[in-house]
Design a protein around this ligand. Structure first.
Ligand code: AMP
Ligand code: FE
Ligand code: FE
Ligand code: ZN
Length: 293
């Protein structure tokens, strides 16, 4: 049984429609897939129809863009936290208003990055829009696609490693909802909040003393339900630490691909999966909308 609880479509920064994502999931041998586009539920209906036709299970989800204030070296700074929300009520007003704000600040931020890049490259906002389906949640991947179309880079990852990286000279951080508020709203909407790729991208020689124990414990007190431990970006040291924390606090542990399309990112459908008993816990806890299994 392959249960993959994190995938993106053209409703945000994936390269394939929800239908095509489910078709590819079936070919990859995935049995149950969650569609978790960034800050939108607009792909759920199409995903549900495709899953039904293909005989796959569908878990409705969102990857909510949030930020956390952390103390580091005696200074307070913001870090980006992606929060997966499974089975939230898509009509919940508070959650919808936060998602709407995030979509619009993502657009403002992307426009500001385009203005910076336009000094050195032929990129325009129009060209960026041409990379997207109308209504899609915008992010750096659309800027990367515009750079690819200009021939400045040859693929998305090259853009992320150079021009679009945090140190590339054009990066602007996203302004978005605080992680504690996001967790409360997801819970209020009957959803199950699970941190996506926690400590993702941290170096593999991460010092255990540097791990943000207090911060994570506050998130758990605030209603966090679990961690996406098995994800290609989560280093081994962090996995062991997260599994310990999950066991101490009896949290849900998931594993997923974070698929963005054949040509979106190297992540492959089903490359990580979630244990059936963990999906059972998500289903038991989530009450905003039903999964289609
Ligand atoms: P943003 O949220 O706009 O800062 O952009 C980050 C998004 O870009 C994440 O959601 C990733 O899914 C995506 N991303 C990050 N690295 C890459 C990469 N190397 N290739 C394609 N997409 C990426
Ligand atoms: Fe993404
Ligand atoms: Fe993410
Ligand atoms: Zn994702």
């Amino acid at each position: 049984m392959i249960i993959d609880l994190h995938a993106h479509s053209t409703r945000s920064d994936g390269k394939e429609s929800p239908t095509e994502v489910f078709e590819r999931a079936a070919l990859a041998g995935v049995n149950i897939l969650a569609l978790t586009d960034h800050d939108t539920t607009s792909g759920w209906d199409e995903a549900a129809a495709a899953a039904k036709r293909l005989g796959l299970g569908f878990v409705p989800g969102i990857e909510v863009t949030t930020r956390a204030k952390v103390q580091r070296d005696g200074r307070s700074r913001h870090i980006s936290v992606h929060m997966l929300a499974y089975l939230p009520d898509p009509t919940h007003q508070g959650l919808n208003s936060v998602l709407g704000d995030s979509v619009s600040t993502r657009e403002t931020r992307a426009k500001a990055m385009v203005d910076l890049m336009a000094v050195d490259y032929d990129i325009t906002w129009q060209l960026v829009l041409e990379q997207l389906e109308p209504g899609a949640t915008i992010g750096r991947p659309a800027l990367a696609d515009a750079l690819v179309s200009l021939g400045v880079v040859s693929h998305r990852s090259e853009a992320f490693e150079t021009i679009l990286s945090k140190h590339g000279g054009y990066y602007i951080p996203s302004e978005t909802v605080d992680v504690f508020e996001a967790i409360s709203l997801i819970r209020e909407a009957g959803g199950v909040p699970v941190i996506a790729h926690p400590l993702g991208g941290a170096p593999d020689n991460l010092d255990r003393g540097d791990l943000p124990q207090e911060h994570f414990e506050k998130l758990i007190e605030g209603g966090l339900a679990g961690f996406e431990v098995y994800h290609r970006e989560v280093p081994q040291v962090a996995r062991e630490w997260l599994l310990g924390l999950a066991s101490t606090h009896d949290l849900i542990v998931t594993g997923s691909s974070d698929y963005h399309g054949e040509h979106g990112k190297p992540n492959r459908l089903g490359e990580n999966s979630t244990a059936p008993e963990m999906l059972e816990r998500i289903l038991a806890l989530g009450s905003g909308v039903e999964a289609q299994l």
